[in-house]
Design a protein around this ligand. Structure first.
Ligand SMILES: Nc1nc2c(c(=O)[nH]1)N[C@H]1C(S)=C(S)[C@@H](COP(=O)(O)O)O[C@H]1N2
Ligand SMILES: [Mo]
Length: 544
């Protein structure tokens, strides 16, 4: 390459470089997306890099991200990767106008990074490298074309102008073509992706939930208090929290889905289609699911009516005995179609509680985001040690022999749910008017039940809240306490007592390694009826 450092139009060359780099990245991503629609959606470079990042994120950082961004953490992650990609693409373009091979090599490098990330994901096959490699090659090729067009001397006889030595028109035409092809490829990728999921979507639409052999009794009327702002007793599916590592929700075709059950102490291994699984009697049961990543007072808890096959029955059918009866395996490792592994104590699954292989959630087939077609739900255990979504395999082994996904990321092997209670209303920093204020919320201690809830104001004596009617020991329980609120700033605190008589600990602990503890507290500012807050309290307290 000749050095053109001193050519006229130097600032333009930089701009052309940056534009070329960004356009090359667009084209690379679009073609990679298209290739991923053919190979598999998880292999798209942004998804692969994001997924690899999630796998390697230390628990503490992940906690922080979930706290900061909630369920939007995945969007934030993707935007972050796009920002880094754009920066490097611009750099590659700048580099390419000075030294073409270096710029192209940098662009191609990105394809390799994507490919390595894709190959590092659980369940990856060599084909997963293809989309990123296609993307890298495309980006390198496009960068080559654009930069040569930008640095080519303008045709002899063309009017001199603007960019000095550059063929501005040729570059413009090429840029337009690149962006048009990218948009076309991106669109085709989306359509193809939807087509790929069409079988799964149709299989869910066609799936009629079987009738339970053991229906759940209706939810007691008194389980739902009439207090504005309280969490509904049953969480609608669309509002149910979602926590998983999947950057694209797996869309599993129920018609080709299979479950295998095998491992230590399995006398009769099983492979079942959905129809075969559902030939067994189905049970309906209300279970509150909670996440170990839930902060005190946090939102990662939901209650649903689940329909499914009793896991213990299936294990017995396969000849499995729990450790207490001499079975060799103490851990049931559930694996999902996307390679997630969750380890559940066999003893807990077989001790008589309604541990389910669920297909129904609140009267509907599981939503894709919640594990269609089959997931596990075990009352009393946090989701990360029990609630495998998009289930594909059950393997019996020991805790000594195998660490599941979260264990390798500093979470505890056992995750029994800790007793918790949450103030849903009033909201933090609410400004209710003095007088009667309903303080209300939910409390949970799955499989032990909630025996009492108490509330206190400003560290004063604990007062008994009124409990809503219980719907068994596996669900949360609503509570309400009528507070005679006086003007000023007040701190409300709540604590629960579980069915064994144990009082929820006030000792604060973070979510890692086995669930947060402490009492949820909410600060409110009560306004006086006349609109004037008490001296030294309420709105004016900071300044007076
Ligand atoms: N396949 C798969 N299953 C999974 C997870 C996951 O990341 N992948 N996350 C688990 C965790 S940590 C929780 S709390 C529950 C959440 O289930 P939900 O998203 O339906 O609320 O799913 C569990 N099952
Ligand atoms: Mo979780």
């Amino acid at each position: 390459m000749t050095s053109e450092k001193t050519a006229p139009g130097q600032p333009h060359r930089r701009l052309f470089g940056v534009v070329s780099g960004l356009a090359a990245a667009c084209a690379g991503l679009a073609l990679a997306q298209l290739a991923a629609a053919v190979v598999r959606p998880e292999a798209a470079p942004l998804t692969a890099v994001g997924g690899a990042a999630v796998d390697r994120t230390p628990a503490a950082l992940k906690e922080w991200a979930i706290r900061q961004f909630g369920t939007g953490d995945k969007l934030v992650l993707t935007l972050g990767i796009v920002a880094v990609l754009a920066a490097v693409a611009a750099l590659a373009g700048l580099l390419a106008v000075r030294h073409l091979p270096a710029g192209i090599a940098l662009a191609g490098c990105f394809g390799v990074i994507g490919a390595v990330a894709a190959l590092s994901r659980p369940e990856a096959s060599w084909k997963d490298a293809l989309p990123s490699l296609v993307g890298g090659l495309t980006a390198a090729g496009v960068l080559y074309l654009l930069v040569t067009a930008a640095t080519r001397p303008r045709p002899v006889g063309a009017p001199a102008g603007g960019t000095g030595a550059m063929d501005r028109r040729g570059f413009g035409r090429l840029l337009f073509a690149v962006l048009a092809v990218s948009a076309g490829a991106g669109y085709a990728g989306r359509r193809l992706g939807a087509y790929g999921a069409a079988g799964a979507t149709a299989s869910r639409a066609d799936f009629v939930l079987p009738r339970p052999a053991v229906p759940a009794p209706p939810v007691p009327a008194g389980a739902q208090l009439r207090v504005p702002g309280i969490s509904p007793f049953l969480t609608p599916n669309r509002d149910f929290y979602r926590v998983d590592t999947a950057l694209v929700v797996p869309r599993v075709d129920a018609d080709t889905w299979r479950l295998t059950l095998h491992g230590e102490g399995v006398a009769r291994p099983l492979t079942l289609s959905l129809r075969e699984l559902l030939a067994r009697p189905l049970v309906e049961h209300d279970i509150t699911l909670t996440c170990v990543s839930n902060e005190v007072g946090g939102p990662y808890a939901g209650n649903a009516r689940w329909l499914g096959v009793r896991l213990a029955d299936l294990l017995r059918e396969a000849g499995v005995e729990p450790p207490s009866r001499g079975g060799p395996a103490d851990q049931l490792v559930a694996r999902s179609v996307d390679g997630m592994t969750l380890g559940t104590p066999v003893e807990a699954v077989m001790d008589g509680r309604e541990a389910l292989l669920a297909v129904g959630m609140n009267g509907e087939p599981l939503p894709f985001a919640h594990g269609f077609p089959v997931r596990m739900v075990v009352p009393g255990l946090y989701g990360y040690v029990s609630a495998c979504k998009w289930l594909s395999e059950l393997r019996l082994t020991t805790f000594a022999a195998y660490d599941a996904y979260w264990l390798r990321r500093s979470w505890a092997a056992r995750g029994p749910v800790k007793t918790q209670s949450r103030i849903d209303t009033p909201r933090p920093f609410a400004e209710p008017t003095e007088g009667r204020v309903a303080v209300a919320g939910v409390a949970w201690a799955q499989h032990r039940g909630i025996a009492a809830v108490q509330v206190r104001v400003d560290g004063g004596p604990w007062r008994e809240a009124r409990l809503a009617e219980a719907d068994g020991v596996d669900t949360w329980r609503q509570w309400v306490w009528q507070w005679e609120a006086t003007p000023g700033s007040h701190t409300l605190e709540v604590r629960a007592t579980d069915g064994t008589g144990a009082v929820q600990t006030g000792e604060r602990a973070g979510t890692v390694p086995d669930g947060a503890t402490g009492w949820h507290s909410v600060v409110v500012r009560v306004r006086s009826r006349t609109g004037i807050t008490g001296a030294g309290a309420g709105r004016g307290s900071g300044r007076s």
